[in-house]
Design a protein around this ligand. Structure first.
Ligand code: NAP
Length: 289
């Protein structure tokens, strides 16, 4: 089983990364340092998460200690929706680079599909190796790919996915176009602020627990493995050393076809990250849910 996904840019994205949203100031630095020691090389960051400078400190320290080299790391960040104006894109990307103490990003994503303007120049000037998108639905992906004069195809679409939102069609569509997919909220985001009362705890789900027990693994490991086995990159967030370590031990077991079907066949369906504050925007991506 590959531990990297090949990008259309020929870059290689480690299939498992560390999510950093809600890695609050004061916890992000240690979490990233610990994760590098455990073996994580892919870090999912964003300007919006307000912790990029701490993450930058951790990366710098580990590189200075000689634990890891820049070219071994795969650093993702995201352009927040208020900076889509062409004149702002470069400036805010520069801010992210300065905070992360890096010369370039491996992948820069448009955080939400509200008004697409080219980020292509960032690739041209070497500030980022690849560009991609996040929260784009099927139609928006199709429209973007059909844009006349598109010079740099999106390398990745980062979307919510877990058993209650398997996203099979969108994933197959992206993969058929050579676009890699990353799953966020892979554990069902157990501590999501304001989560709905009908959302279930995937860790307590009897079917997931049974599969975990069979493999002598935890429900979290099963949920991460589910994405890896369908060639989807996965970025569970954790600042807890025991979890960071546990979430990385997913390359020594394999889910059966039947187990994959069970995990992708949940009747209960919902979206955790509904971006409801953007509901009235013309490009709101989840109206069809
Ligand atoms: N593009 C977007 O719009 C978007 C939206 C949402 C998220 N994301 C990205 O995706 C990442 C992951 O999503 P998420 O953070 O929302 O949800 P998640 O990864 O599904 O869940 C994270 C939660 O699970 C806990 N956890 C982690 N490992 C665990 C384990 N082994 N056992 C028990 N609990 C465990 C974490 O607590 P501890 O920290 O205490 O371990 C944290 O509260 C984010 O951090 C962010 O980087 C992107």
């Amino acid at each position: 089983m590959a531990t990297y996904l090949e990008l259309p840019t020929r870059g290689r994205m480690p299939i498992l990364g560390l999510g950093t949203w809600q890695a609050l100031q004061g916890t992000a630095r240690d979490a990233v340092k610990f994760a590098i020691d455990v073996g994580y090389r892919h870090f999912d960051c964003a300007y919006m998460y307000q912790n990029e400078s701490e993450i930058g400190d951790a990366l710098r320290q580990k590189m200075e200690e000689g634990v890891v080299r820049r070219e071994e790391l795969f650093i993702v960040s995201k352009l927040w929706s208020t900076f889509h104006e062409r004149s702002l894109v470069k400036e805010v990307c520069q801010k992210t680079l300065a905070a992360l103490q890096l010369d370039y990003l491996d992948l820069y994503l448009m955080h939400c599909p509200m008004g697409f303007k080219a980020m292509e120049e960032l690739v041209d000037v070497g500030m980022v190796k690849a560009i991609g998108v996040s929260n784009f639905n099927h139609k928006q992906m199709g429209r973007l790919l059909g844009k006349p004069g598109l010079r740099h195809k999106p390398a990745n679409n980062q979307i919510e996915s877990h058993p209650c939102l398997p996203q099979e069609e969108l994933i197959k569509f992206c993969q058929s176009k050579g676009i890699s997919v990353t799953a966020y909220c892979p554990l069902g985001a157990p501590n999501w602020p304001g989560s709905k009362p009908d959302h279930i705890s995937l860790f307590d789900d009897p079917q997931i627990k049974e599969i975990a027990l069979k493999h002598n693994k935890t429900p979290a490991q099963v949920l991460i493995r589910l994405q890896i086995q369908r060639n989807v990159s996965v970025i569970p967030k954790s600042v807890t050393p025991q979890h960071i370590e546990e979430n990385f031990k997913v390359f020594d077991f394999e889910l059966t076809e039947e187990e994959m079907e069970t995990l992708l066949g949940f009747k209960k369906r919902y979206r955790i990250c509904a971006l409801s504050e953007c509901k009235n925007h013309k490009d709101y991506p989840f109206s069809e849910d």
